[in-house]
Design a protein around this ligand. Sequence first.
Ligand code: NDP
Length: 445
Amino acid sequence: MNKYVQNVLESLERKNAHEAEFLQAAEEILSSLDKVISMHPEYEQQSLLERFVEPERVIQFRVPWVDDSGKLRVNRAFRVQFNGAIGPYKGGMRFHPSVNLSTLKFLAMEQTLKNALTGIAMGGGKGGADFDPHGKSEGEVMRFCQSLMTELYRHIGANIDVPAGDIGVGAREIGFMFGQYKRIVGEYSGVLTGKGLSYGGCLGRKEATGYGLCYFTEAMLNHAGDSLKGKRVVLSGSGNVALYAAQKAKELGATPVAMSDSQGFVVDENGIDIELMKDIKENRRERISAYAHEKGLSYHEGSQGIWEVPCDVALPCATQNELPLNGAKALVKNGVKAVAEGANMPSTKDAVHYLKQNNVLFAPAKAANAGGVSVSGLEMGQNAQFVAFTQKEVDAKLHAIMENIFATVSKAASLYGSSPTDYAAGANAAGFLKVADAMLAQGCV
Ligand code: NDP
C-alpha cells in the first residue's frame, strides 16, 4: 500500500479506535486509491486524504418525546455533514436501534463519493437516531419526528443540507419531519427529499434505488455479454430498496425467488408475488413470515440462510455487513454470476475478496445504489424550479444516470483498478477524483 495512504489510515485508527464501521469503510476506500495518489502528488502536498476522512461537522443532540403511556423517553440523534465540496450536504436519516456515530460517519463518507458519481451537484451527509419505529404507534412516531426536527431544523436548508429517508425512515416519517420544519421556519422549501407526491415529492423516488440497482446490474451484465433475462435472483431485505429491485428485476425478465427481513426469509420457486409482498411490508407492516403463511410456503428463521439459496444474481438490499465470507462461499458454490449491492456496505471485506477471486461480477454500493439519491437530486431541482417531471421522464433520467455511472466506473476501473472489472476501485477513484479536485480548487477548506 502507498506509504501516504498507510500513514493516513494508521492515524485514523488511532483517533477512531472504537469506530469499527467507519474504519472498515475508510480502509476499503483509501486502500483502493494507490494509483490515484501516485498519479497526483499534489494530493499529499495539500493533505487531501487527511481532510477527506475528517467530517466537516458532526452534530449530536437529544430527542425527548412522550410515549402513549405518558412516559418521557429520550433518544440520541446525529447529523454528519461530511463533505460539501461539490454541493449542499445530501444523505438520508436512519432510525434504527443500532445507529451510532461510527455507522453514520461510514455512511456519510460513502455518500460523498456516491453523490459525486451521480453527476448532480450534491455533497455528502448522513444522519439518524437510535429510535426503533417498529411497534410504535402513529402518534409516537409523529411526536418523535417532530421533536427531532425541533433541533435539526437549525442545521439544514434547501441550499445547506437536504436529508432524505433510509432504514426506518419512509414517506410517513419524512412527512412528519417536513411538517415540523415548515411550521418552525415558516418557509416552504425543498429541505427534505422523499416527500409525498401531493407536497413536492418526485414521482419515481420511492422506486428509484431498487430500479437503479437493476439498471446498473443490467449494464454490468451487458458489458460482459449477458443480461438479467432468465436469471434467478435472490434479494435480502424486503424494505424500500429490495421491493423495487425485485419488481424491476422481474420486469427485465429475471425471477426473484427469495427475500428476507431481519428475522427470516422465504423462498418462492414460482417467483416472488411482488404485489403481495408490497402489501405485507408497505401497508400492513407485517413480518415476512406472513408471506410464507399466506402462500403456504415454508418460512426459514434467521436471515443468513438466504445466501444458501441457489441463484445467478444476488442483490443484498438490507443492511451493512449482512453478506459475510460464508455467505459469499455459498453463493459461489451455487454458481452465482453477479453480486450487486443495494444496501450500503452489505458485503464484508473478505466476502468481496472471495467473490472477486472467483470471478463473480461485483457492483459496489456507492455506484449500484446511487439511483435513490440521483432522483432525490431531481426532486431538489423540481422544488427549486416549481416544476414536476412525469414518472416516464424520471425513469428515463434515472436509467441514463445509472448507465452513465456504470460507464464512468468501468473506465476508472481500467485506469485505476486491479483489473478492468474492479468496479469497486473504479467507483472509489472516480468519486474521489471529483471531490478532491473541487477541494483543491477551493483552497484550504
Ligand atoms: P428499509 O427500512 O425500507 O428496509 C430495510 C430492510 O432490511 C427490512 O426488510 C429490514 O427488516 C431488513 N434488515 C434490517 N436489518 C437487517 C439484518 N440485520 N438482517 C437482515 N435484514 C435486515 O430500508 P431501505 O430499503 O431504505 O434501505 C436498505 C439499505 O439500502 C440500507 O443499507 C440503506 O442505507 C440502503 N440505501 C437505501 C436507499 C433508499 O433510497 N432507501 C438509497 C441508498 C441506499 P426488518 O423490517 O425486519 O427490520
